[in-house]
Design a protein around this ligand. Sequence first.
Ligand code: SAH
Ligand code: SF4
Length: 350
Amino acid sequence: MNQSTLILDYSKEDLSDILEEWGEPSYRLTQLWQGLYHNLWNQANQFTSFPKGLRQKLGEHFIFQSIEPVGESISDQGLTRKVLFHTSPANPIEAVLMQSKDRNTLCISSQSGCGMGCVFCATGQMGFLSNLTSGQIIEQVLYFARLLRREGKALTNIVVMGMGEPFHNFDQTLQAIDRLNDPSGFNFGERRFTISTVGIVPMIRKFTALKRQINLAISLHAADDDLRSKLLPINRKYPLDMLLEACREYVKQTRRRISFEWVLIQEVNDTPEQAQKLAKLIKGLLCHVNLIPLNPTQGYQGKPPTKQRIQQFKAVLEQHQIPCTVRQPRGISIQAGCGQLAAVHQGQSR
Ligand code: SAH
Ligand code: SF4
């Protein structure tokens, strides 16, 4: 075993093999899995039902933590919390917990930085640093699950919408989701996960073929190739007709609703003309549009539209019977909003 020693990087089958090799009875696997994913333990010495020798062996063989929380920022009266972690060797990632009356949604990262270069995104502006392992993706979830459990709460939704392009780290992302879904462990449920992609067409097709229950969101942001390529360089490789065809195939094959995200930028893509083009593009598709007023980032000059322009854009979609909602900005003062994750710790701000 010369790869990772992070215990969360191992599937149940891997751990079963290791315990068997160590000559342990099969019930140890259940105890180990439940300890990790049900009791949320992150130290070998918490496994007190194990004999001391086995506990020691676990501690020698595995590490239980590979991303270190190095900063926390809080806003929206405590309802939005962003944590900056460092992987070793010291690549930054961020995760954001957003609480409301009936939801505790966690936004997690799949990569440190991102190589897709979308012009308005702070993560894109920092470039690609590294892919996270499945265990490091899981660790973000367990960190917040532990924090919420202390308050008698639990996560309700997990969105892979933090740093990075999950379809460029798909295997690790899917393994993380699978491990978190295991009914004898964290038991989260596929339907409570959402993966957001900038539109990597071959991966959308691969994902479709898997016929999973995980929700899919596509970052669209423009309804013609000229504009989309200016905002999202990846559009030159996977232009809109290709992307929309893959989306239609997804809905057809899975019979699941697809979400489109549209970051609204004043006088760039918030015009009635873009709204009309968008409506034409997705008319008749089982979908939902999330309108996200642009969050400010250092490397981009654009502005969010006025409330009136946002409502006008929404009205056009509604005229075409396209369901849409305007996403309320969260955590803007702590740079925790969509696309603001750049791993620059801002300190606390309430
Ligand atoms: N890479 C994936 C997921 C992470 S980005 C993707 O692009 O879909 C998550 C969402 O935040 C995307 O819809 C992205 O377009 C949006 N986003 C990026 N920068 C933003 C900004 N400055 N303001 C608002 N939303 C932004
Ligand atoms: Fe990467 Fe998504 Fe940001 Fe684009 S919007 S740079 S794909 S994280």
